[in-house]
Design a protein around this ligand. Structure first.
Ligand SMILES: [Mg+2]
Length: 312
């Protein structure tokens, strides 16, 4: 190798992870994509977004879906997203339920048995990583039958895992709170206060979590957005660098703050709950990197971010 003369500039340090993601002159990106309000609204696709994501995936981007919704199993999303033309496979769905399962699996010591206050999808995700589940509904039945002895009704569990539970009851609350007080780890899939449906707002997982927090006197670890864990776990699951990712979401309350928390860039989609006027009232560091009103503007925003990666 030829020596460098004194007049030659020293080579710039190269970030290997970034160089490896370069393909030709276009940088491929890790796209962390929220679902409701971005890819679809309720049962209706947001026009053009699935096609934009499919084009990005075909060009080499990694598309991973990150949703706070904890009620469904990964496979439930695959048919729905594929039917809309979005690029998808089960390992590209990291719901708060899946992320919670991965988080518990990787704890030291790992969680072996959990009391679950939540939906079937959450139970399925925990089972998938080998965690034994005690259903809060079953514990509640034992509690009613055994003279309200919550400790006996639950048995020995390492964790209490809480998501949105449409069948939440006082008895389930009593069992979960007792297990937390007895020393089980308290893990929330997310703390969304409400859950929007076509006919209005329903209580979200955060409402259930708050009841257990109040009754137990202990605060949970929360996996979902706006905290950093969901995005970190999603990036880790595909071997990506979360700080180099782009979060695409419709919420200034969850999606954009989560991106800020992990040092990622973000695109705020105006196709869901947050409005353009709300951005100006945020401190600059809390604002999205890009704002897109529709799929056409999303495609343009992602092009700009990809070019910024090449220049970096
Ligand atoms: Mg959303």
């Amino acid at each position: 190798m030829a020596g460098r003369t004194a007049s030659e500039p020293a080579p710039r340090p190269v970030r290997i992870s970034r160089v490896l993601r370069l393909s030709g002159s276009i940088a491929s990106m890790l796209l962390l994509v929220d679902l409701d309000g971005v890819v679809y609204r309720g049962t209706e696709p947001v026009p053009g977004v699935a096609a934009v994501l499919a084009a990005r995936a075909a060009a080499g981007d990694d598309v991973v879906y990150v949703t706070n919704n904890s009620m469904w199993y990964r496979a439930d999303y695959v048919a729905r997203l594929a039917g809309m033309g979005a690029p998808v496979s089960p390992d590209r769905i990291v719901s708060s339920a899946r992320a919670t399962a991965l988080y518990l699996r990787d704890l030291e010591p790992p969680v072996k048995c959990a009391l679950v206050v939540g939906g079937a999808g959450l139970v399925h995700e925990l089972n998938d990583v080998g965690i034994e589940v005690v259903l809060s509904g079953d514990a509640a039945e034992r509690w009613k039958a055994n003279g309200r002895d919550a400790a006996a009704a639950v048995g020995q569990v390492d964790a209490v895992v809480v998501g949105l539970d449409l069948d939440f009851t006082y008895a389930r609350l009593a069992c979960a709170a007792e297990a937390v007080r007895a020393g089980a780890r308290f893990v929330a899939t997310n703390r969304d206060p409400v859950y929007p449906l076509e006919k209005g707002l329903m209580p979200g997982a955060g409402s259930v979590v708050a009841a257990i927090e109040t009754a137990s006197g202990h605060a949970p670890i929360s996996i979902g957005k706006p905290g950093p864990l969901l995005l970190q776990i999603a990036a880790h699951a595909v071997g990506g660098d979360v700080a180099a990712a782009v979060m695409i979401g419709d919420s200034l309350v969850t999606d954009v703050p989560a991106a800020v928390a992990v040092g990622a860039r973000s695109v705020l989609m105006l196709t869901g709950i947050s409005k353009r006027e709300q951005v100006a009232s945020l401190a600059v560091r809390d604002q999205p990197t890009e704002i897109a009103a529709d799929a056409v503007e999303l495609a343009a925003a992602l092009d700009r971010l990809a070019r910024a990666d090449v220049r970096a």
